[in-house]
Design a protein around this ligand. Structure first.
Ligand SMILES: [Zn+2]
Length: 179
């Protein structure tokens, strides 16, 4: 019998609907490994790009999309980690709908990416650190709950929050030293 972590998670989530999901230790153990991968990949983004990395996990627990920030490298205003991961996953899935998938990213998606995640009907978004200046999932505006959004996705935040915040802080510190 194969253990489908997503199904098990959704089952448990229904039971826990009135409780705060962040208090559920299981979420940490289930997404722990993926958030670690996200953070490791973000670290590898290097000096020219903001260290942001995103993964898309399908209903079978497989990673079908990976993206790191490539805005500078590709001179592409759309080169955000989430959009790159979405494009790859859509190609692999051969579909633009992601209702049964999860996107995991270290920083709260910006308004552009949050809009794209709503448009792609992403089932769930897990992010690590809030972005109070640009975030589109609660930091400035919450597009997942906005009246323009017909698709309501589940958003979980705070997994590896401190590690992720430190990664970004160190990156900015280094950038200042270089200048
Ligand atoms: Zn973005």
């Amino acid at each position: 019998m194969s253990i489908n972590f997503y199904d098990k998670f959704m089952e448990k989530e229904k039971k826990l609907s009135k409780k705060s999901l962040l208090k559920d230790e299981d979420i940490y153990s289930k997404y722990d490994k993926w958030m670690k991968v996200v953070l490791r990949r973000a670290k590898e983004v290097g000096k020219i790009e903001l260290p942001i990395s995103a993964l898309i996990i399908d209903e079978k627990g497989r990673c079908i999309g990976r993206g790191t920030n490539k805005r500078q490298l590709n001179k592409d205003p759309l080169g955000h980690a989430e959009l790159i991961a979405l494009r790859q996953a859509a190609w692999i899935k051969n579909d633009w709908r992601f209702n049964e998938c999860i996107l995991i990213v270290n920083l709260e998606p910006c308004t552009m990416c949050a809009g794209a995640l709503v448009q792609s009907r992403m089932g769930m978004v897990i992010f690590s650190t809030d972005d109070m200046k640009r975030g589109g999932l609660g930091g400035t505006i919450d597009l997942s709950k906005h009246k323009s959004s017909h698709h309501k996705m589940r958003v979980i935040k705070g997994i590896y929050k401190n590690e992720s915040a430190k990664l970004l802080k160190d990156w900015f510190k280094e950038l200042r030293n270089v200048k």
